[in-house]
Design a protein around this ligand. Structure first.
Ligand SMILES: O=P(O)(O)OC[C@H]1O[C@](O)(CO)[C@@H](O)[C@@H]1O
Length: 549
């Protein structure tokens, strides 16, 4: 039986305490507890995390930790880390943390040391990328490969594409990358534009090697290559990343050019597996090793720190405080870094595919809202778009601000005296301050504002945020940030009592799309799907495509 956390005394105490503090303002919390800005912080590897601007006192934090304990977060964490089958609906271990264990470590799962397997694949990836980057690996015409095109979707795309952008300063060898995911042909056509088949290598990345989008794009890419260079060129221009050697071979890729991983790596947890091959191609094996070391540093923090000072536990429980008790639907992720422009999109799969569930592991219905909706854009762009709602809207949107001490690029300000990066960071600090403390009607009136304008200008404040600071975007820091969110998702999932590692909800749509496709394309197919909306939409489409009989 899965535990219903809401039936525990720990939850009831938390709920009761929420009733006492939920109407209080962050201004009051800071006035009563002036040290909270210094003390409600935690350091995890290179990350400095300030969680003081949350609508809670220290007692609420204590009770949140009590709930985490009552839910069995420590036991479930340890079970995951040692390879128990915590993905119960698929009866699988969940071992993305094994992907970043250092060489020489040992983790015996079902009688087998998985760390040795992980490093064997990493070594093969390293050898391949060394050859590619040094120009030893040549295409069919003898030319060096200058572009790798990753063909994958979901977890086989979002991680590499996000990290490639974030780590653009580490692209160092004349090999660059492009990423194609969508079955919309515009994606492949757009990304192939300007590429020379002779200098292009495709990485077909698919855990299952059955995903329609990826196999369709891979087939189209193969045609593009063969049309230019002939069938014999395929071997030198296609490699695969998958757990399914049989399907890879069927597709025509030599299994010698396949980089494997295992069913205990979930797609959305796979950027640090062979799925990161495209990233390794452009940043090299050493930088990729630093990326993995960053994940591992947070894994250790998560495994070893008491819950009271455990960053993923605290942040996961704070997320739950808002989603379960304040009814907040979403969390904004606001990196003050243009290079993290795809970070929110990456987190959307991580958090929403993991925790968007309605039943607990034993099939019983959940007793609280699950799955925070993650969204966001880099600052300062978001300030000129949706921050109005964050500041004065009626919805409560907790936000994660992420910033860096050192810029990846810097330029002088208008007067030539300052640094644009300093301006960027002053915006981050200003936004968290204004969100938390706002500006009262009295303060606005005292500035001589016309009385009728005062209500429009009131900044209510009491809008919570976490601030995560790091020295610089390096491969290690990026790994740390990803692992920080991976483990938050896990913590929340344990409290919900759900299986955070399956994704049954995406299957039916795939099946129905396969059923509908011939109805859209075959003129003689009966255009009836049984419901009047789908029938009418299909008829509209067939009509516009000249296929209406
Ligand atoms: O790597 P694959 O097997 O092609 O799957 C791609 C993505 O599709 C999903 O299964 C969802 O449809 C994701 O979980 C996964 O990351």
């Amino acid at each position: 039986m899965s535990l219903d956390i809401t039936a525990t005394s720990a939850w009831q105490k938390l709920r009761a305490h929420h009733g006492l503090v939920s109407d209080r303002h962050l201004r009051e919390f800071f006035a009563e507890d002036p040290e909270r800005g210094r003390e409600l912080t935690v350091t995890a590897a290179d990350l400095y995390i300030d969680y003081s601007k949350h609508r809670m006192d220290r007692e609420a934090l204590r009770l949140l930790v009590e709930v985490a304990r009552a839910a069995g977060v420590e036991e479930r964490r340890d079970a995951m880390l040692r390879g128990d089958h915590v993905n119960t609906s698929e009866n699988r271990a969940v071992l993305h943390t094994a992907l970043r264990l250092p060489r020489g470590a040992s983790l015996i799962v079902d009688g087998h040391n998985v760390v040795a397997d992980v490093h064997a694949v990493l070594d093969r990836m390293g050898e391949f990328t060394d050859r590619l980057r040094s120009g030893q690996w040549r295409g069919a015409t003898g030319k060096r490969i200058t572009t790798v095109v990753n063909l994958g979707i979901g977890g086989s795309d979002l991680g590499p594409v996000m990290a490639f952008r974030a780590l653009r300063h580490y692209v160092d060898s004349g090999v660059t990358a492009r990423f194609v995911s969508n079955i919309d042909p515009a994606d492949l056509v757009g990304k192939l534009a300007g590429l020379d088949p002779a200098t292009t290598l495709f990485i077909v990345a698919s855990k299952t090697f059955t995903t329609l989008e990826t196999l369709t794009n891979a087939t189209a890419a193969r045609r593009w290559l063969v049309d230019a260079l002939g069938e014999d060129a395929v071997a030198g221009h296609f490699v695969a990343v998958s757990t399914n050697a049989e399907r890879v071979a069927e597709f025509g890729i030599d299994p010698a050019n396949m980089f494997g991983f295992w069913d205990w790596v979930g797609g959305r947890y796979s950027v640090d597996s062979a799925v990161g091959l495209s990233l390794m191609c452009v940043i090299g094996r050493e930088a990729f090793g630093e990326f993995l070391a960053g994940f591992h540093a947070i894994d250790r923090h998560f495994a070893e720190r008491p819950l009271e000072s455990n960053a993923p536990v605290l942040l996961g429980m704070i997320g739950l405080w808002y989603s379960s008790l304040f009814g907040a639907d979403s969390r904004a992720v606001l990196p003050y870094s243009n290079d993290l422009g795809r970070f929110a999109a990456y987190l959307q799969q991580l958090t929403m595919e993991s925790n968007g569930k309605s039943v607990r592991a034993d099939g019983s219905p959940v007793s609280m809202p699950t799955g925070e909706i993650f969204w966001g854009e880099p600052g300062t762009n978001g300030q000129h778009a949706f921050y109005q709602l964050l500041h004065q809207g009626t919805r409560l949107v907790p936000a994660d601000f992420i910033g860096f001490a050192e810029p990846t690029d810097d330029l002088a300000t208008i007067d030539g005296a300052g640094s644009m990066h300093d301006v960027l960071m002053s915006n981050l600090f200003a936004q968290t301050k204004v969100l938390a403390f706002g500006k009262t009607a009295e303060e606005i009136a005292a500035e001589g504002t016309a009385p009728e304008l005062v209500p429009h200008k009131v900044m209510p404040g009491n809008r919570p945020s976490t601030t995560i600071l790091a020295p610089k975007i390096t491969p290690s820091v990026l790994g740390q940030l990803i692992a920080l969110y991976e483990h938050q998702v896990f913590v929340e999932g344990v409290v919900f009592g759900i299986d955070s590692f399956d994704q049954w909800g995406v299957e039916l749509g795939k099946v129905q799309a396969l059923e509908l496709e011939p109805i859209l394309t075959e003129p003689q197919a009966p255009a009836r799907q049984g419901d009047s909306s789908t029938d009418t939409l299909v008829r509209w489409y067939r009509h516009r495509r000249g296929r209406l009989v």
